[in-house]
Design a protein around this ligand. Structure first.
Ligand SMILES: NC(=O)c1ccc[n+]([C@@H]2O[C@H](COP(=O)([O-])OP(=O)(O)OC[C@H]3O[C@@H](n4cnc5c(N)ncnc54)[C@H](O)[C@@H]3O)[C@@H](O)[C@H]2O)c1
Length: 291
């Protein structure tokens, strides 16, 4: 198995910027790309701030943080980002059409040996990989938010993923300091399937007026020992992302995943969570810096 040395990350949103941070700290040359110049600028500022914070907390030495930051390049085009990569991680929104468009393009641009990974939270990596001529070199790498802090990486083995590709994804995850679980592909893998169910039920409770959002969160934290309440968490994840996941799980796994109408209504209203300044709760400071 050849070690991954250069990583390209496509999409510099919540997840892409975190993946770039972790890949650079793991010693990889890292190229981050986004359609929106503003998203790249925001990613640069945020990665810098998170590295500085890690130094302040004594988690990373100042030298390592500086070296990591200098390993990150911000690319203006997918061509520039992906051409030299040993592994590309796609982190664009959770829509099959977008993933397919990116993988079709990447398959043409990248070296034949390059591994194509998707950070999808729920979609079929087999279906995404089917548009390429290298399905055996496609894999799911499902990171968690915030990537630089969360310990888990779910590596998703699609139908055609070969052993070498799987081993390279697991190895990269470990070098990034993650605990890795390997999952055979199924909608929502382990974590998104479970989490979507809990989060959707919380919206139904809110819709039915059973309790306030604050109290539902409080009950889950203090009664069930969840580190975050379901609403605090969905605001972090993004309500649009959660809705996309639920729609897919509903389509593939059935009625029990039907998205709560209140969640859909919040998304229609532009209440997407922290990133838009308002989700279930309000984040006035985030709104000022939103893309
Ligand atoms: N948000 C989470 O907590 C979380 C956790 C795990 C996995 N995921 C998955 O990660 C992926 C990204 O989610 P996110 O929350 O980072 O989304 P996001 O909306 O924060 O960021 C997506 C970024 O992709 C960019 N983009 C869109 N189309 C593009 C293209 N064609 N080329 C380049 N850039 C493009 C957008 O400009 C945006 O900056 C999704 O598949 C999501 O399901 C999200």
């Amino acid at each position: 198995m050849a070690e991954v040395k250069t990583v390209a990350v496509i999409g510099a949103g919540i997840m892409g910027r975190g993946i770039a941070h972790a890949a650079a700290l793991a010693g990889c040359r890292t190229i981050l790309e986004d359609l929106l110049p503003n998203a790249l600028r925001k990613a640069e500022t945020e990665i810098r701030a998170n590295l500085d914070k890690a130094v302040e907390l004594g988690k990373v030495s100042a030298g390592d943080a500086e070296a990591a930051f200098s390993r990150i390049e911000f690319a203006g085009s997918i061509d520039e980002a992906a051409r030299q990569a040993d592994l590309v991680i796609e982190a664009v929104p959770e829509e099959m059409e977008s993933k397919i468009e990116i993988f079709t393009l990447l398959d043409k641009i990248c070296k034949p040996t390059t591994i194509l990974a998707s950070n999808t939270s729920s979609l079929s990596v087999t279906e995404i990989a089917s548009v390429t001529y290298r399905a055996k070199r496609c894999v799911g790498m499902h990171f968690f938010n915030p990537v630089h802090k969360m310990k888990l990486l779910e590596v998703v083995r699609a139908l055609e993923t070969d052993d070498e590709t799987l081993a390279a994804a697991v190895d990269l995850g470990k070098r990034m300091g993650k605990e890795v679980v390997v999952v055979r592909e199924a909608p929502g893998f382990i974590t998104s399937r479970m989490n979507a169910m809990i989060g959707n039920e919380a919206f139904y409770m809110l819709q039915e007026g059973i309790a306030t959002a604050e109290d539902i969160d409080k009950a889950m934290k203090l009664g069930l020992n969840h580190p975050m309440g379901p609403f605090e968490l969905v605001d972090l994840v993004g309500l649009d992302t959660r809705l996309h996941i639920l729609e897919y799980l509903h389509k593939t796994l059935g009625e029990k995943f039907r998205p709560c109408p209140l969640l859909a209504q919040y998304v229609k209203a532009g209440r997407l969570g922290r990133k838009s300044g308002r989700g279930v709760f309000e984040y006035p400071d985030a709104a000022k810096t939103a893309n």
